[in-house]
Design a protein. Structure first.
Length: 582
């Protein structure tokens, strides 16, 4: 009897392409790849076809560099890479397709041919089935977890443990982390083997004979349909990997731009930038025309002026047209594609999608409503933060606010600690009413996520680190003496702790708000990071508030009344933005 597979990697393939049913096995293979097809030689419970790529034969990659030290090395055989993919058709209530990949067989498949996160769902069900026991050891089954966090930068992590642990040991933040992979011990090892890995594919570590592929595929399908309730959060938001949907969403954005009905699309640098270093922007297709602030409206205007609007294509968004940033000397200090620079929420076929820095995400509707409700319950800062003039940089605005009595400028006045590689900015404006005000210009996701994180890190150190308070005291005392101001360094005692409840961390954002509420204007991932930071700050005992600072006219205030709990003395109730309709 032929030997079984000792491990197996399986992808669940799509049932249809572009709305049309699958006609032949070749539909799943990348047409640019050269393969030889092989048909089954016997009857099985399933249909299948094997596609084998020509072997790649050549000297090992490490051989050439060694010649510098050893000269010609003879007698070392060429390495051989073999690649194949087996397409399996299972006839159940309907025809379903799987791909078993060997070598680099994954790359023989069309990029849009398989279901994303399918293996993750299977692994969750296999590791934590609904009929699992209640003994604590039954939950210690996870070896590693892959996740992605979208904040000021995209952080991809793999967390591993030296022995099997429960899921909570990996400290995944279910509110903002996107789960992408899971490795663990199946609850029933007699059926699934000793280990299972799930991401897009399912990787089984068990003996499987060829004639068992039918039953294995049906087992996978059965365990992919629903997931345990404690993991339901993974469906709140997930990256869109289906290239056919991505293409349709890109085209929808192009159509929105062409029509001028850009909805809530925003255009801004997708990376964290020093706005004080940027003098002006240009578009790559319109060299010589400069503007102070990028926007979708500016993009549409320049496309129209150059007679390029009607011919706009998705490819121009993703690789042709770029946003360029220049300093006062005319040197280019930033360059991004327009697609990378766009953010916003898009409705497509009754589903909600988020475009953020070049990637689409699908969002469960009630999750979006819950997030917006949380954002709109934040306290609105009632202190004096006037509107900014459109021509003012962030630095200029901070200096103007510092002229108001009771305010102290700390912008760029950082503190260094022995335990950290990067300096810490205390805040931009410190007030005599114990407000730690952090100010950022523009509504792009990277800058805002940095703003929220900066406020959280500074407040945490202020509360927990005697070294931070001591160095901050010294820094502020020096500034007080040089500026002829006083009364601010006393807030940072080095010989005792502080009472967090007497301080408010204020997030102030300078933008053209277009009469939008905070929840309607913030990019999606900025909302997630703001909610997390606000929750952490409140847990420490701080009060948290925000301010929408207008960059074009009067400061934004929306109607409504906010019901507040305990707040520091002298802080009155303030308006609450009107709920944005879903």
């Amino acid at each position: 009897m032929p030997e079984p597979f000792t491990s197996l990697t399986l992808y669940r393939l799509h049932d249809r392409f572009d709305g049309h049913p699958i006609r032949k096995f070749e539909d799943f293979i990348d047409p640019e790849k050269t393969t030889t097809a092989h048909d089954l030689k016997a009857n099985f419970d399933f249909q299948a076809r094997l596609f084998v790529a020509p072997p790649e034969i050549g000297p090992p990659a490490w051989l050439e560099p060694l010649k510098a030290g050893f000269g010609e090395l003879r007698g070392i055989p060429d390495s051989v890479d073999n690649t194949a993919v087996l397409i399996i058709k299972i006839n159940s209530q309907k025809s379903i397709y799987f791909a078993a990949t060997f070598g680099f067989g994954r790359f023989l498949l069309r990029s849009d041919s398989f279901q994303r996160n399918y293996g993750l769902r299977v692994a969750i069900n296999v590791i934590y089935p609904k009929n699992k026991g209640n003994d604590q050891s039954d939950f210690e089954r996870i070896r590693s977890v892959d996740s992605k966090t979208v904040a000021s930068s995209v952080l991809r992590t793999r967390r591993q443990v030296d022995r099997k642990s429960d899921f909570e040991s990996f400290e995944i933040d279910t509110q903002r982390d996107l789960l992408s992979g899971l490795t663990g011990k199946p609850f029933d090892t007699t059926v699934w083997g000793t280990r299972i890995d799930g991401s897009d594919a399912v990787h089984l570590h068990r003996s499987v004979h060829f004639n068992q592929l039918h039953n294995v595929c049906l087992q996978l399908e059965k365990n992919s349909r629903t997931i345990p309730g404690e993991f339901s959060w993974i469906d709140n938001i997930f990256p869109v990997r289906d290239s056919s949907i991505i293409d349709k969403l890109k085209q929808q954005i192009v159509d929105m731009i062409k029509s001028g009905d850009t909805g809530n699309l925003e255009l801004a640098p997708p990376a964290l930038v020093e706005w004080g270093d940027i003098d002006h922007f240009e578009f790559s297709f319109d060299s010589g025309h400069v503007f102070a602030d990028p926007s979708v409206e500016e993009y549409v205007t320049r496309l129209t002026a150059k007679s390029k609007l009607d011919s706009l294509t998705p490819r121009q968004l993703t690789s042709g047209h770029r946003l360029l940033a220049f300093n006062a000397n005319g040197n280019q200090v930033g360059r991004w594609t327009i697609f990378q620079s766009l953010t916003g929420e898009i409705e497509h076929q009754s589903h909600s999608y988020i475009l953020s820095e070049g990637e689409f995400f699908e969002v469960k509707p009630n999750y979006m409503d819950e997030l917006d409700d949380t954002i709109e319950k934040l306290e609105v800062f009632s202190g004096n933060l006037p509107a900014s003039k459109p021509s003012w940089s962030e630095d200029h605005y901070n200096k103007e606010v510092a002229k108001i009595k009771g305010n102290f400028l700390l912008d760029k006045m950082t503190v260094r600690l022995t335990s950290r590689t990067t300096p810490i900015e205390i805040c931009d404006i410190l007030t005599s009413a114990k407000n730690l005000i952090h100010i950022k210009r523009k509504l792009n996701s990277s800058s805002l996520s940095h703003l929220f994180s900066q406020g959280l890190v500074s407040a945490d150190l202020f509360l927990m680190s005697e070294e931070f308070r001591k160095r901050a005291y010294q820094r502020i005392a020096e500034l007080e003496k040089s500026r002829g101001q006083s009364g601010f360094s006393k807030f940072f005692p080095s010989n005792k702790g502080i009472s967090a409840s007497t301080f408010t961390v204020v997030y102030a954002i300078i933008a053209n708000w277009k009469n939008k509420t905070l929840s309607a204007a913030l990019p999606f991932f900025s909302k997630i990071n703001l909610r997390r930071c606000a929750q952490e700050l409140r847990r420490m005992g701080y009060h948290v508030a925000y301010s929408q600072i207008s960059a074009a006219g009067q400061a934004t205030q929306a109607p409504g009344t906010l019901k507040l709990g305990k707040r520091p003395p002298g802080r009155a109730a303030v308006p609450l933005p009107t709920r944005r309709k879903a």
